[in-house]
Write a new protein. Structure first.
Length: 437
C-alpha cells in the first residue's frame, strides 16, 4: 500500500511548525501511544504556538466492506483528506490527519465511504474524545469545559446532548418496576412545574416532562412500548389527582402508592397553620419564649432535646388545641414508623380517623377527607414500604444542575441535562433532542 503524505493545507501556522518527525522507531511508538487500532502514525508535527500535536496517520487496512451487500472491496474510487480532533496529550490539543477512502463495490457497484470504529460517520472528533467531553460536562458548565479544552462552548453543548441521546437509547432496555412521580418547580414563584419520573429501585431520573398535567403523563406513558408498561408494578406519587388518574388509565394493573412523606407533610401543614394562628396573638414575652416552636412541633418527639421539650410543654399549656393536634400528629407518624402489616395499619388508621372526627377541628377534618380519598394508595405503602424519599435527594441534585447552568431557557435542554447527569436508566421514550436554544 502506498504511504500517504500529509496534506499541507490541513497544517495550520506553518511557520511555527517544528520540523516534521518521521522515523520508523518513533512512529511505531507513536502508533502504540495513540492506541487506535485502525491507525498507523506515519509522522507528526508539533505546533508550539497553538499548543497542538498533529499526527499524520494512515488507515492500516486496504479494503472496505460494502454496507449494502457486505462484500469486500479494494477498489479505491476516491480519497479525501480528513482531520479529526482526539484526546488531549501532554497538555496539547491533538489532531489526527488521514485519508479516508471511498470504495467501489465489485458486486453491487455501489460507491461507499469506509466506516471506522474510532470515528463516527461524518464526525470531526474521535469517539473517545466525544466520550471524554461528555464526562467532563458532568457537574460543570459547558463554558468551563469549552475553556479547558480550547473549544467553542456551542460545540461542547452540541456534543454533550448528542452523546446524552445515544446514552439514553442504549439504556432504554433496562426498565424499572417501581416508578416515582413527583414535581419540581422550574422557576421560583412562577408556579411552573416540571414532572420528574424516577426509578425508585436505582434512584435515578428516567424522564422530565414539561408540566404536571394528567394528559402530559398519559401521553408519555403511551410512548412506552406495551411490554415496558406491563413491567411497571408500582407507582409512588404525592397526593395529586391528575397523576393518579393518568396511572389508572394507562397502567390499570399497577399499584399506586401515596408517598408517605407527602401524606405526613400534609398533616404537618395543618399543625403549622394552627400554630401560626395561635402564635400571632401572643403577648411579646410569651412569644419570645416560643421562638422556633415550629421545628419543635414538626420534629419527631423522640428526637427533642431538653430545651425543646420545655418549649413544647409551654405550648401545650398555652393551647389545648395545639397539644391535641401535636399528639395526633405524633400518633399518625408512629403508625407509619412502626407498623409493618397492612391490615393492622388499617385498623390503627381507622381508629385515628374516628378520634379526629370526634375531636372535630375543621382543618384536620379536611385532612381526613384527603386521607379517605387516598385510603387505598396510602395503605398500599404497607405492602412494600416504598417511598419517594430518594426522589428528594434527586431533586436536590436537579436544583444544583439548575444553578450550575444559571437557569435554563430551554426546557428540553434542561431535561436532557438532568436525565444525562442523574440517570442510571435513561429516558425510555424517543429522545427529543434538539439543537435549539
Ligand atoms: Zn455491494
Amino acid at each position: 500500500m502506498s504511504i500517504i503524505t500529509p496534506n499541507p493545507e490541513t497544517i495550520k501556522a506553518n511557520d511555527t511548525l517544528s520540523e516534521g518527525h518521521s522515523d520508523s522507531n518513533i512512529d511505531d511508538t507513536a502508533t502504540e501511544l495513540l492506541g487506535l487500532w485502525e491507525f498507523v502514525v506515519e509522522s507528526y508535527d508539533i505546533d508550539e504556538a497553538r499548543q497542538e500535536s498533529i499526527f499524520h496517520c494512515r488507515i492500516c487496512f486496504d479494503y472496505g466492506i460494502c454496507p449494502g451487500c457486505r462484500n469486500v472491496s479494494g477498489d479505491i474510487h476516491q480519497t479525501k483528506h480528513r482531520s479529526v480532533r482526539d484526546m488531549m496529550c501532554f497538555g496539547r490539543i491533538v489532531y489526527l490527519t488521514f485519508d479516508i477512502r471511498r470504495f467501489r463495490c465489485p458486486q453491487c457497484h455501489k460507491v461507499f465511504t469506509e466506516s471506522l470504529d474510532s470515528i463516527a460517520p461524518n464526525q470531526r472528533n474521535t469517539r473517545r474524545f466525544e466520550r471524554m467531553v461528555y464526562q467532563e460536562c458532568m457537574g460543570q458548565t459547558f463554558q468551563n469545559v469549552a475553556k479547558k479544552l480550547g473549544m467553542n462552548w456551542h460545540t461542547v453543548e452540541r456534543m454533550f446532548y448528542q452523546k446524552a441521546c445515544e446514552q439514553f437509547q442504549r439504556n432504554a432496555k433496562q426498565f424499572p418496576q417501581i416508578l416515582g412521580v413527583d414535581e419540581i418547580s422550574n422557576k421560583k414563584g412562577h408556579k411552573q412545574y416540571l414532572l420528574v419520573i424516577s426509578d425508585l429501585q436505582r434512584n435515578c431520573v428516567i424522564e422530565v416532562l414539561p408540566n404536571r398535567l394528567r394528559n402530559t403523563l398519559v401521553k408519555w406513558l403511551y410512548t412506552l412500548p406495551a411490554w415496558i408498561r406491563e413491567e411497571i408494578k408500582v407507582v409512588s406519587m404525592d397526593l395529586w389527582k391528575p397523576y393518579r388518574m393518568a396511572i389508572a388509565q394507562v397502567l390499570p394493573h399497577a399499584e399506586i402508592v401515596a408517598d408517605r412523606y407527602h401524606v405526613t407533610k400534609n398533616l404537618n401543614d395543618v399543625l403549622d397553620k394552627v400554630r401560626r394562628a395561635i402564635q400571632k396573638h401572643l403577648p411579646k414575652e410569651v412569644a419570645s419564649k416560643l421562638k422556633g416552636l415550629r421545628w419543635v412541633l414538626l420534629k419527631n418527639q423522640g428526637d427533642l432535646d431538653d430545651a425543646e421539650k420545655q418549649k413544647l410543654q409551654i405550648a401545650y399549656e398555652l393551647s389545648p388545641l395545639l397539644r391535641k393536634l401535636h399528639q395526633l400528629k405524633e400518633r399518625f407518624r408512629s403508625i407509619f414508623q412502626h407498623i409493618t402489616d397492612r391490615k393492622q395499619a388499617e385498623r390503627f388508621l381507622q381508629a385515628w380517623v374516628c378520634e379526629v372526627k370526634q375531636f372535630g377541628c375543621d382543618r384536620l377534618l379536611k385532612f381526613v377527607e384527603t386521607l379517605e380519598r387516598w385510603w387505598d394508595p396510602i395503605l398500599n405503602y404497607f405492602n412494600r414500604r416504598i417511598t419517594s424519599g430518594a426522589v428528594e435527594g434527586l431533586n436536590n441534585r436537579i436544583k444544583l444542575i439548575k444553578r450550575c447552568a444559571y437557569g435554563y431557557r430551554n426546557v428540553t435542554n434542561f431535561r436532557n441535562r438532568i436525565v444525562a447527569e442523574i440517570s442510571g436508566a435513561g429516558p425510555l421514550a424517543v429522545c427529543y433532542h434538539t439543537n435549539a436554544r
